[in-house]
Design a protein around this ligand. Sequence first.
Ligand SMILES: C[S@@+](CC[C@H](N)C(=O)[O-])C[C@H]1O[C@@H](n2cnc3c(N)ncnc32)[C@H](O)[C@@H]1O
Length: 422
Amino acid sequence: MSTSPSPARRSAVYLLDQVLGEGRLMAELLGAGALDRLEPADRARVQRLAQDVLRGLERADRVLGKHLRKTPPLHVRNILRLATVELCSGGDAHGVVNDAVALTAGHKKGQHMKGMVNAVLRKVAADGGAEWAKLRVPRLPKWLRDPLVMAWGGEAVMAMETAQFAGAPLDLTVKPDAGDWAARLGGAVLPTGSVRVAQAGQVSALPGFAEGAWWVQDAAAAMPARLLDARPGEAVLDMCAAPGGKTLQLAAAGADVTALDISEARLARVRENLSRTGLTARVVAGDALEHRGSYDAILLDAPCSATGTIRRHPDLPHAKDGAEFGALFELQAAMLDHALGLLKPGGRLVFCTCSLLPDEGECQVEEALERHPGLTVDRAAPDRPGIDPAWITEEGGLRLRPDYWPDLGGMDGFYMAVLRKG
Ligand SMILES: C[S@@+](CC[C@H](N)C(=O)[O-])C[C@H]1O[C@@H](n2cnc3c(N)ncnc32)[C@H](O)[C@@H]1O
């Protein structure tokens, strides 16, 4: 039996231990260099393995539950979960089970459990796949499911869970000529103008990446800058800009863009993206609440729960519990108030969040309208190609959800509204 498990599986279990045991987000762990010593292909494999486990966690635990008399410690449970997800998706039983046993044996408290791990996984290898396929689509944890059911209803939340379980395709925003790049990349142009590529592989190896012909941006995330409709020469503030997808759109429209963000580290990504695409913006590090200036238009993509991005970040519902969301809601309102003060009379502001919680969308706009007499919502702005009128909300914003476009591969959850200062 092999004694040196694959580095990719070892690292995938490390990520799972950190997310499920320490409440850390994968993006945070990767940013801190957790996978830096691996080759790019292995890095991609580790992320895929960990994400597959997090998406299918409920199913994996149900399959395993049948064969476990006692719940093992988290690290061993995560080894079992990884192996179960691999076995139930057609992984090579010999390699998967050997690696799981070797990983267990290599852990100081795992030595005595390697026999159990071997026995359990042999049973999973025998009939786990058939059982896996019969299990329900994994549900969101209660702390998030309950408010979503309250907001959108049980049926819609089940459809969102189906979209989240399926994961997300690769969406691109293309500088000019989406049709041409869709053909070159074997993708398709979506109704709103983004290009969707089903089989992406390594993004930086795709044609057009090096010369900056496009950038990665979910179709929903591309809508706020479209609604702002920046014109050449306009002074536009991108108030929470990093990593810069929306800054690139505003710069590509010819606006005079200031890209502000509090995180110097994240602004490095904005600079890289501008340089790769040959676009220009003034990049400023600072707190949005302290920023001064006068702008024709502002895009406020406020820090939020990011609950609209679970298709791409299945770690989020497992790493978080909603405890810090209240502070985010307050910060969003404070940023909105401050941004309105930076807007020239008659100027426009897009407020948006990649959240599924009305507290971070519809409610923020309703409350801002109450606090600021003379402020209005531009109700015509969301009426654009590819936008279903049913997605336009009572107060005139645009609500996008992962369960929309089920036949096209879904979209991230997002809220946005165009506000006009009197
Ligand atoms: C949702 S992300 C922005 C995504 C970005 N607009 C894009 O399209 O790539 C929110 C950003 O807000 C930034 N942020 C958080 N607090 C801030 C503050 N007080 N002032 C400025 N930026 C802040 C974070 O660093 C983060 O980059």
